[in-house]
Design a protein around this ligand. Structure first.
Ligand code: PMP
Ligand code: GLU
Length: 397
């Protein structure tokens, strides 16, 4: 008998984390797996941030933190929004949570009623879909192909909006495509949203510091739509702090208050030590992220160059984040020994078994013909991984 709730039975495991779990299991068995499935910087957290955390421990920040976050952190985030994004969010419009994933879950639970439609710009980040389901909303992917650089247009969104649409969710720079929305593209989206009553947008900007060409722009900078935008950000990616678990939102005060109410019942304030580390991160001159960004750009160029050698693979040029989202559908219906590749999941399992390389099938991001490759690893690992992938793909006839 399955006594679990319908809610949990309907929920899928995060496929990014599932592939990482599988590769960790294989590594524990002594198999030399290259894990290009999880999206996390391979760098260590900068020393000045670690020092702030050590000081917080010594200063006995060991008690419950205020539910929406320490005042000094919310002040620092308010300044950061102004300094980096040209956004005016007062501290009472800011809520600090246990990672940006938690921030997004709070907002979804605060806004979505059962049956509300939520448009996801596809390819979308894996957890948006399941978080919307948990909130009893109906996720509706709106897709842009590789030929459009994976950027859904404002008119596509307009066509998908119904009287049940409550929320739109997207990321810029985008996980998994690396696409960065331009100011004009964002303005067009803002115009569509502004024209519909009671429609909100989560603009997830967690990769803002990892943009290679052009400039990161925030949707909330357009005044006519600012009171409908929830800006999500965090320290995981830009400051190599994935394990510290600090994310935050800037939002209309009534949404921030609702998120505080939810997390007051679920988690209380985020980790006190991590919050003090985050004060150092968001207060620092953003030039401290430059070295990591430059390294990611070199790696992007390297992997794109190496992937050119794989005839069956189609890629575009990602402008940010640290992923390549490649069309791998030309390998479908090919076989090696008794393995037949029918879809992206088959291909990812084949590459895990045959090449010991872990990637994430595109289905996790709403696009069944694709595969996500994370290149947040050294040049040496990138070279070895592509070599292995190539050898395994060449065996498929
Ligand atoms: N949004 C996007 C687009 C992401 O890629 C991630 C990383 N998993 C998150 C949110 C969540 O980040 P965090 O580590 O802060 O929970
Ligand atoms: N952002 C990362 C990814 O997409 C982290 C894993 C996760 O939280 O899903 O791989």
């Amino acid at each position: 008998m399955n006594s679990l709730s319908d809610r949990i039975n309907r929920l899928s495991e995060s496929q990014t984390l599932a592939m990482t779990r599988k590769s960790r299991e294989l590594i524990a068995q002594g198999i030399d797996v290259i894990n290009l499935s999880i999206g996390e910087p391979d760098f260590d957290t900068p020393d000045f941030i670690k020092d702030a955390a050590k000081k917080a421990i010594d200063d006995n920040f060991s008690h419950y933190a205020p539910v929406p976050g320490y005042q000094d952190l919310r002040d620092a985030i308010s300044n950061k929004f102004k300094r980096d994004n040209g956004l005016d969010y007062s501290p009472d419009q800011i809520v600090v949570s246990t990672g940006a994933k938690h921030s997004i879950a709070n907002v979804a639970l605060a806004l979505i009623n059962p049956g509300d439609e939520v448009l996801l710009l596809s390819p979308y980040w894996v957890s948006y879909f399941e978080i919307v389901k948990l909130a009893e909303g109906k996720p509706i992917p709106v897709s842009a192909g590789i030929e459009n650089d994976f950027k859904v247009t404002a008119s596509q969104l307009e066509a998908a909006i119904t009287d049940k649409t409550k929320l739109i969710v997207f990321s810029t720079p985008c996980n998994p495509s690396g696409s960065v929305f331009s100011e004009e593209e964002l303005k067009a989206i803002a115009d569509v949203v502004a024209a519909h009553e009671d429609l909100y947008v989560i603009c997830d900007e967690i990769y803002e510091h990892i943009v290679f060409t052009g400039k990161h722009n925030s949707l909330a900078k357009f005044d006519h739509v600012k009171d409908r935008v929830i800006t999500v950000n965090g320290v995981s990616k830009g400051f190599a702090m994935t394990g510290w678990r600090i994310g935050y939102i800037g939002a209309p005060a009534w949404i921030a208050k609702a998120c505080t109410k939810i997390q007051g019942q679920f988690t209380s304030g985020a980790s006190s030590i991590s919050q003090k580390a985050a004060v150092a991160a968001v207060s620092a001159d953003p030039s401290c992220t430059e070295e990591m960004r430059n390294t990611f750009k070199k790696r992007r160029d390297l992997i794109l160059d190496l992937l050119k050698d794989l005839d069956g693979l189609k890629t575009n040029v990602p402008e940010g984040a640290f992923y390549v989202f490649a069309d791998i559908s030309s390998y479908f219906n090919r076989t090696h020994a008794d393995t037949k590749i029918e879809n992206a999941t088959d291909l990812s399992m084949y590459l895990l078994n045959e090449a010991s390389v872990a990637l994430v099938p595109g289905d996790a991001f709403g696009e069944a013909d694709y595969m996500r490759i994370s290149y947040a690893c050294s040049d040496e690992v990138i070279n070895e991984a592509v070599k292995r992938i190539k050898a395994a793909l060449n065996k498929l006839k």
